[in-house]
Design a binder for this molecule. Sequence first.
Ligand SMILES: [Zn+2]
Length: 656
Amino acid sequence: MRTPLLLFYLVATLGLARGAAAQTYDFPRYADAAAVRADCDRLLVDLKRQARAIEALPEQGADVLAALDAMAQRSEDTLGPFDLYSSVHPVKAVRDAADACNLAAQRFTTAFLQNDKVYRRLKQAAVADDIDRRLQREQLDAFEDSGVALPPEGRARAQRLNAQMAKLSQDFERRVRESRDTVAFTEAELEGVPPDVWRRAKRDAQGRVRLGLDYPTADPVIERALREPTRERMWRATMRLGGAANLATLQRLAELRHDYAQLFGFDSYADFVTRRRMVKSAAEAGAFLDSVADAVGARERADLAVLREAKAKLTGRPQAETAVRRWDVAFLTEQVRQERYAVDQEAFRRYFAPQHSLAFVFAVAQRMFGVRFEPLAQPLWHAEAHAYAVRDADGRLLGTLAVDLFPRQDKYNHAAVWSFRNVSTKSGRLPAAALVTNFDRQGLTLGELETLLHEFGHALHALLSSTRYAIPGGTNVQLDFVEAPSQMLEEWVYDPAVLALFQLVCAECAPVPREMIERASRARHFAKGVMFSRQLLYARFDLALHGRRVEPPQALWARMEGATPTGTVAGTMFPASFGHLASGYGAGYYGYLWSLAVAEDLRTAFAADRLDATVGRRYRDTVLAHGGEIAPEELVRRFLGRPGSRDAFFRSLAIE
Ligand SMILES: [Zn+2]
């Protein structure tokens, strides 16, 4: 999930409703930077006019919420597509102009959020019910967290810090996205790597294959190359992505965030941001991570013993002289999965062609929630990106989805959803989202199908939301809840009854053999200790980096990773490409585990039938429909008919 501009998301994604006509969203197309700049200028003029109009409202009892939501919508109209295009648009000048506009809009927003006149009117605004009251409280929080109540000097400092932090985040992401780093291998060195990964790659003067660091290329090399030096070279290259420049940027960012929190009397940025989330405090986040560590620690050691045994067998050396290195973990895990469970992820590709996989996730949504996805003829930012209308069972238009499936140069290099335009029932506005992935054209592995369904889950959250206001629409929920609806769906791809929908969307496709799925379902529990320990390390590193004292990120990382059973490797700099920390997930990575606990709880309602349309309907109406307009704890309670519980999560951690 992408959470651009998160700290001020509530207002940063600041419009006048376009009326209630139910039309699919028209994705704007930009041929050059001048058109982007012209739209940006219009946006800033409109926002200033809207701000002045709020200042002129009566001090008490005015409909300030509707006026703020109109600003949010106007902002989304322009910045929504810009934020997406800065990651996917093929023209660099357009991407850069979109980035520049985002910075200019953030400057406007941080100043606006210090506007006393608006703040006073918001405090005494007309509120009709709990939904209005929650939005009012969250907007007041956004103003207060931006410094509206600080003395003038503090306000100016808050503005400067915000502008600097926004710039640093963009610099960090750009360096990763625009990396041209490659690693050269002879064909022999690539033994074990599926030829589809490297056959069409460029060659250097010596005839060696030059492979980029995008994950559809790098991951199969690290997971499959039989020769250890090959894995090591590719792994080391990915661990240097972003470079020393990004380490410096991340450190500066952490320092500025610390300064920012101090302006408000907090000792750490982690304390400052977590108080607005489900978790409520950094201490509570830490305690939760400790409870997960207790549950998986022994399991990690057992997993590593199995991996060491596998490596000793492969290399023909005694176990005592065998060490599992960082670049071995993914490879050995795959090897054991193949050997023990006879699961070969590559073998799934022939069953999961990209277009059919997309049709499959659409079919899952149709079965669970009664919605249809219909292709539109609309041309988008690239010939390979396509738009779809989303319709309810009765044909009513619900929103628009864009899908951009395949890798290309300069494109965002992971899988994500931009839910950049939000619904508002009050102003008759329909949502739009973009699903961006980097799949292999030959087909998806089962793991990638899981990723597709996860990301599609974010799109559904945005598209099936029907909130009164756009500000808390769809995925604009608390950061440590936002992953739960997507994580809930991940398990669906291991269910043969769900996968049978493939034959509905592609009658001529060979069905994936049931025993392949069953083996994969068992195999995914193997190495859970290693996997969860890694997630814990990321989450704890993130909280530590945003703790009371800011340390150089690489030194902190080396110390923390060095204390793990596989240790750290000199010369690597993983934090330099850890994009979550530079973007909206600062002091928020723990949220993946936290929301997984919520997801496991939500899944219990689908235990008998994951495609149950009655439960699906209830889930759509009680959880997805409300976005962030109701507290997540309350959404979970309404859906499950009881308060949330972590029992299902800890039970799942114990499954062998
Ligand atoms: Zn996600």
